[in-house]
Design a protein around this ligand. Structure first.
Ligand code: ARG
Length: 462
């Protein structure tokens, strides 16, 4: 990026010497905030139109500004724009170029505005678009989970607590647990969007402006729900970015938990799923390896988003009103959060439909580990045994199973009756995995019918 210390800075009037070369580089943000160029131009065009609307700019001046900005936008998108570090940030780069192109009218664009309300507006416009892109990607992933849940509504797997086999569940039910987490994440993002979509423009540097501006007009042009009520607050707070990053950190935390499970399930010890080869890599030394890199990276990247949240909270915590240059540091954590979330969602939305579910292995794993022990206790309760006694009886049967290497369903009726004479032939119906999951047949339960019903309801919620 070009750095030319001799370039006149738009604010150079009161200065007597050029900026120190290192200070110039140290204070510049253009290397990263140039990403805001499109929203900066959109915001400037609306501002110019408003100024013309209230008679501060002549129509021909406004038209020259709008045309000039649109030409600059095309130049940037063609890669035909030289960004200058000496011009500090995206705002001054674009404004300076505009004046070079259209002359004196370009110098009028900044009337009634400051970079302080300009940058706050740009970030909000940009983040609003990103939230929409993220929620769309999230919806794609959620739909993939619903399809998987429907397809695997009756695939039995062991459910775990403490990562120990607990009770049989269905794979579809497990997918629907992931779905619910993501549905809440999307709701959080949508809620956050309402507070993002408020317009700072008009706050100017901090106190508002003496020009007869029409903020409602600009807000309407830019699709903001409202203009910010307080100018000091509008230029200084970045709570909307913090809120977004907090929602993103939770979303990543959820994806990280899914990743942890996929990594376990793809291991030969579990063997519950096969990740498609195109989502894995091999080892340079161990020829047999197929590594679950994608879920591992998503799990790893969760740390950066959590870190970004802490960075933004820390950035904000001691700032007095109104704008401080500290706020220039809001961008990199925010941009990194957006990139990380979008990348993770995209890769997940591609990977989930391609998962191969190994039903036999999951079923075998559920058969080991006495996963129907609770079902036996519930059976005894139905036969009049108090639950605590039933628990004790089943515990003894499990101990016998461990000693003899048999699961409950593999014992003979005589064997089982050593522990309670309330047990009869029909016990084997509840000791089967299918009987166990089918019996949990209520709203929120793991029975295949309930999973199908949950998927059907969820289709209406995506
Ligand atoms: N690059 C600055 C930022 O990101 C723009 C606002 C600069 N305002 C100022 N008074 N120096 O926050």
């Amino acid at each position: 990026m070009a750095s030319d210390n001799s370039i006149d800075k738009p604010w150079a009037g009161r200065f007597t010497e050029a900026t120190d070369a290192f200070v110039e580089a140290f204070t510049a943000s253009v290397s990263f905030d140039k990403r805001l160029y499109r929203h900066d131009i959109t915001g400037s065009i609306a501002h110019a139109r408003m100024l013309a609307h209230v008679g501060v700019l002549r129509e021909d001046e406004c038209q020259a500004i709008v045309d000039g900005l649109q030409d600059i936008l095309r130049d940037i998108e063609r890669g035909d724009f030289t960004w200058s570090v000496a011009l500090e940030d995206v705002h001054m780069n674009i404004e300076t170029r505009l004046t070079e192109r259209i002359g004196i009218a370009g110098k009028k664009l900044h009337t009634g505005r400051s970079r302080n309300d300009q940058v706050a507006t740009d970030i909000r416009l940009y983040l609003r678009d990103e939230i929409d892109a993220i929620t769309a990607e999230l919806t794609r992933l959620m739909t993939a989970l619903l399809d998987m849940a429907e397809r695997e509504a009756d695939a039995i797997m062991p459910g775990f607590t403490h990562l120990q086999v607990a009770q049989p569940v269905t794979f579809g039910h497990h997918m629907m647990a992931w779905f619910e987490m993501l549905l809440r994440d999307r709701a959080r993002l949508r809620d956050c969007r309402q507070r993002v979509n408020v317009m700072p423009l008009g706050a100017a540097a901090l106190a508002g402006t003496s020009y007869p501006i029409d903020r409602a007009y600009t807000a309407q042009l830019l699709g903001f729900d409202a203009a910010a009520e307080n100018s000091l607050d509008a230029v200084s707070d970045r709570d909307f970015a913090i809120e977004f990053t907090a929602s993103a950190a939770l979303l990543m935390t959820h994806l990280s938990r899914c990743s942890e499970e996929l990594i376990l399930w793809a291991s030969p010890q579990f063997g519950f799923v096969d990740l498609p080869d195109r989502f894995c890599t091999g080892s340079s030394i161990m020829p047999q390896k197929k590594n679950p890199d994608v879920p591992e990276l998503v799990r790893g990247k969760t740390g950066r988003v959590t870190g970004n949240l802490i960075a933004l909270l820390t950035l904000m915590k001691s700032q007095p009103l109104a704008y401080n240059k500290d706020n220039q540091e809001d961008k990199e954590p925010l941009f990194d959060t957006i990139d990380t979330v979008r990348g993770s969602l995209k890769v997940y939305a591609g990977m989930i439909p391609a998962l191969q579910v190994k039903r036999d292995n999951m079923r075998q794993a559920a058969l080991r580990g006495f996963s129907t022990a609770t079902d036996l206790a519930d059976y005894l309760v139905r036969r009049g045994v108090a639950f605590r006694n039933a628990h004790e009886i089943v515990g003894k049967a499990v101990r016998h199973g461990i000693e003899t290497g048999k699961d409950l369903a593999q014992m003979t009726l005589e064997e089982l009756r050593q522990f309670s004479v309330a047990i009869e032939q029909d016990v084997f119906e509840v000791l089967t995995l299918e009987g166990s999951v089918a019996s949990r047949n209520h709203l929120g339960g793991t029975a295949p019918d309930q999973v199908r019903a949950a998927v059907a309801r969820a289709r209406g919620r995506v």
